[in-house]
Design a protein around this ligand. Structure first.
Ligand SMILES: Cc1cc2nc3c(=O)[nH]c(=O)nc-3n(C[C@H](O)[C@H](O)[C@H](O)COP(=O)(O)OP(=O)(O)OC[C@H]3O[C@@H](n4cnc5c(N)ncnc54)[C@H](O)[C@@H]3O)c2cc1C
Ligand code: FES
Ligand code: FES
Length: 457
């Protein structure tokens, strides 16, 4: 991982490691890759970044931020002056996340950083000492946006040209017990997968990296898709959204925020900026976690996955993709190139809820998605999905048919709620008991229909 390389091979020990699983932000660094959607440095977690996925990247660590001992970066100066640091272990991470925010604000010509901006940008950073007030004060200091951007030092024209040149090169590394291939085209990726069926496809490694650091899974044979430019595509054409396999959660959220505000707001509670800046939408789906937050949203949107292999292409409805716990309909030699879904009409009722013990940066206890289309106040289409209540994210097909086949009334409403309950069988675990999950899901449905009385005949 990049954090180990920085600390143990380069002796750049400014970057700290506390959790090694994306939860604390102590290891934050800034990264730029020519294919990313942002034209400025973005914060990422170095503890989850495989070094080999950094080909063609410019990287800034806290060690290089100050121009000299006398000339601190304004973020460092502000943290110092506002007493934003006590034991100091978290401070390099806060400084890098805040510098990322300053870079973004400057690139967008914004004039100020609000409390809300600062809190959102620091969702992925934990401090055990300061109580945060001093850090927020430092983060909102008016002088921050007078900082000089990092680009003249770390992303000038010469560096940009070098990076673009490097993007034209495929990367192939092979040792006795390790191999990584980063091709430039989907066809080359498919040929490699065909010839090397033991290969693991690497998205941004925000899931795989945690397994590698904490569960010690072996990552010996890797295919990285980060050099395939076309996989970064996100578009909306003829009312169909298409999201390529390398599109990040941040880029996707930005793209849909005007037209699908329910989904954009839901993604505000997904992970932290450092994770979302690199985590791929497709990786979230392919990971097949029973509580993956995007799975339920895409299930009710009736999304389709697009696969490629040397035999050609195929499309799989997401509702058929999950076949059991972490079992997916992906054959050896195949990779997912993207996911698509039809834009819901303006009249569609669309509700997404993430239920978690902590509001920010927490794994869902369960998630809930509902999409209802009506004609003359009658439900003509209902799509309901839940995550965290079975081995895979699930659609509630009997309940959907109930809503589509008969009018929902005050008299049969309890019957509907009971039918919903009959379609899943949650476990009790640390995040919530079976009873809790059942009760809260029942309440979410009751609340939805109470808010939409017009749907009851
Ligand atoms: C601190 C932290 C917070 C998180 N918070 C959330 C959260 O709030 N909600 C949530 O749902 N998830 C969360 N996650 C999980 C994770 O960030 C997401 O699932 C993310 O979208 C995974 O994308 P990735 O590109 O990093 O996938 P990777 O880790 O690279 O890959 C995940 C799996 O998908 C496979 N894969 C990736 N791309 C392809 C492809 N193109 N074709 C075939 N297979 C592929 C990989 O082989 C692997 O099995 C969190 C993770 C961390 C570390
Ligand atoms: S060490 Fe905690 S996020 Fe990387
Ligand atoms: S200053 Fe000690 S953890 Fe933040």
């Amino acid at each position: 991982m990049l954090s180990d390389y920085l600390r143990y091979e380069k002796s750049l020990t400014g970057t700290k490691v506390v959790c090694a699983e994306g939860d604390c932000g102590a290891c934050s660094v800034l990264r730029f890759h020519p294919y990313q959607s942002e034209d400025y440095f973005i914060p990422i977690n170095s503890c989850l970044t495989p070094l080999l996925s950094l080909h063609a990247c410019s990287l800034v660590t806290v060690d290089q931020l100050a121009e000299s001992d006398e000339k601190l970066h304004p973020v460092q100066k502000s943290m110092l002056e506002c007493h934003g640091s006590q034991c100091g272990f978290c401070t390099p991470g806060f400084v890098m996340s805040l510098t990322g925010l300053v870079e973004e604000k400057m690139a967008k010509n914004k004039k100020a950083i609000s409390d809300k901006d600062a809190k959102n940008a620091l969702t992925g950073n934990l401090c055990r000492c300061t109580g945060y007030e001093a850090i927020i004060k430092a983060a909102t200091s008016p002088d921050l946006l007078k900082a000089s951007p990092l680009s003249p030092r770390f992303l000038n024209q010469e560096i940009r040209q070098d990076l673009i040149k490097l993007c034209q090169e495929e990367v192939e590394l092979e040792t006795k017990d390790f191999a990584l291939y980063a091709p430039l085209t989907i066809n080359r990726a498919c040929s490699y997968l065909e010839d090397n069926p033991q290969t693991r496809i690497l998205g941004a490694a925000t899931d795989l990296g945690v397994l590698y650091n904490k569960k010690k899974i072996e990552l010996f044979h890797l295919l990285s898709l980060h050099q395939i430019n076309e996989l970064y595509e996100i578009n909306l054409s003829n009312d169909t959204y298409y999201v390529g396999a390398r599109a990040t959660v941040t880029a996707f959220r930005h793209f849909i925020k005007k037209d699908l505000p329910e989904l954009a707001t839901y993604l505000d509670l997904f992970a932290s900026p450092q994770i979302k800046n690199i985590a791929t939408v497709v990786g979230n789906i392919a990971n097949a976690s029973p509580i993956g937050d995007l799975s339920v949203a895409f299930l009710v949107l009736e999304a389709k996955l697009h696969m490629n292999s040397i035999s050609g292409t195929r499309e799989v409805p997401l509702s058929d993709f999950y076949q059991g716990y972490k079992k997916i309909d992906l054959s050896p030699g195949e990779l997912i190139t993207g996911i698509s879904f039809t834009k819901p009409s303006e009249k569609t009722l669309f509700k997404l809820i993430k239920n978690s013990n902590r509001k920010d940066l927490d794994i869902s206890t369960f998630n809930f998605a509902l999409r209802i289309e009506t004609l003359n106040k009658k439900i003509i289409k209902a799509r309901l999905a839940l995550g965290g209540v079975a081995a895979t994210p699930i659609r509630l097909k009997k309940s959907e048919s109930f809503l589509e086949s008969q009018s929902l009334t005050k008299n049969n409403f309890d019957q509907f709620l009971n039918l919903v309950q009959s379609e899943f069988n949650p476990l009790s675990d640390l995040r919530g008991s079976e009873k809790y999950r059942r009760l809260v899901i029942r309440n979410y449905f009751a609340r939805f229909f109470k808010d939409h009385q017009e749907l009851l005949a």
